[in-house]
Write a protein that binds this ligand. Structure first.
Ligand code: PSU
Ligand code: MN
Length: 310
């Protein structure tokens, strides 16, 4: 069913998600770039489905967001996830803010990044979104600032993640988030998580110890109205899958070196680095990525539930 909402922004919301929204039950948005660009097949399918299951286990409803034949979809089917996941690498547009009109007009199948997913989630009335790591400022390329950071500054959606990806310049990323007015909330930790590692050395603005603690902050942010944008809830990777920072740093440094010597730029940088770091760590970084994605989905579900009870 098509729902027309202001600004002729047409979104097709699945029956399950629509019912949850109408009944004011908690919903968690999930992105699709991690399916098309973040993880290889078949890990991408199993992880996307496990994230949905984790959201359900917490008592919330998952809404995986993507674009299918040019139509924005909120809550796609298992078959749609499988089809997106099987598309050859590089054949699908990774939709950030600037790409959305292109995929819609060209009637493409496309995935949505953190920025793209936030825009759509907000239009659909979803307040919480779970992912792995947000984009940020690239190391050695301070002009390459992910549109995710700018979106966080303008769109009121709480992003549950494990910080920014470790391939990035984390101190500069944190500076841009400060400029953009995005609060950093550590979930049981006083540092922003480092994606593959539990900590990054970057202090958060406050520590939350429970889903209720986080829900109160999100509620206050939403009550401040349109002047406020998004929030970051930093959840560390589960202990058993965290990588030692020495192993991580070595792999990231090598991957970044290869990336620049091969002249890889723009939106291809993040997928290249994620893949290369996984190869260099013998798949350990991918295991950490999958583990944190599922854990973040579960915690986002708990936060959404707590927010719905306020
Ligand atoms: N989280 C993951 N894997 C991913 C991403 C997030 O665990 O692949 C995606 C998100 O969609 C994020 C994007 O928006 O990586 C960042 O891309 P860029 O640096 O080009 O903005
Ligand atoms: Mn970029």
């Amino acid at each position: 069913m098509h729902i027309a909402i202001p600004m002729s922004f047409k979104i097709e919301i699945s029956n399950e998600v629509k019912r949850a929204l109408l009944e004011k039950r908690p919903v968690v948005a999930l992105e699709s770039t991690l399916i098309t660009h973040g993880l290889p097949y078949p890990d991408n399918v199993s992880t996307a489905l496990s994230m949905e299951e984790a959201v359900r286990k917490s008592g919330s409803t998952p809404a995986t967001i993507a674009i299918l034949e040019g139509i924005i979809k909120v809550g796609i089917s298992k078959e749609d996830i499988e089809a997106l996941a099987r598309k050859p690498a590089g054949s699908v547009r990774k939709c950030s803010r600037r790409d959305l009109p292109l995929s819609i007009a060209l009637k493409e199948d496309a995935s949505t990044t953190v920025a793209g997913t936030m825009i759509i989630a907000h239009k659909a009335g979803i307040k919480i979104f779970a992912t792995g790591g947000i984009g940020g400022v690239h190391r050695g390329a301070p002009h390459d600032v992910s549109a995710d950071l700018i979106e966080l500054g303008r769109t009121p959606v709480a992003v549950v993640c494990s910080g920014a990806k470790a391939i990035l310049d984390l101190p500069l990323t944190a500076e841009v988030l400060e400029t953009q007015g995005v609060p950093l909330i550590g979930y049981g930790v006083n540092e922003l998580p480092g994606f593959y590692t539990r900590l990054s050395g970057i202090a958060v603005d406050t520590v939350a110890e429970s889903p209720e603690d986080v829900a109160k902050i999100i509620d206050a942010s939403l009550n401040l109205g349109s002047s406020q944008g998004g929030l970051i809830i930093g959840v560390p990777v589960p202990e058993e899958h965290a990588l030692p920072s020495t192993v991580m740093n070595k792999a990231v440094d090598q991957a970044i070196g290869e990336c620049s010597s091969q002249g890889i730029r723009g939106k291809a940088v993040t997928p290249f680095l994620l893949k290369r770091v996984s190869e260099l760590t013998g798949g350990e970084s991918r295991k950490a990525n999958v583990s944190l994605l599922i854990n973040n989905a579960y915690i986002a579900g708990q936060i959404a539930k707590a927010l719905s009870l306020l």
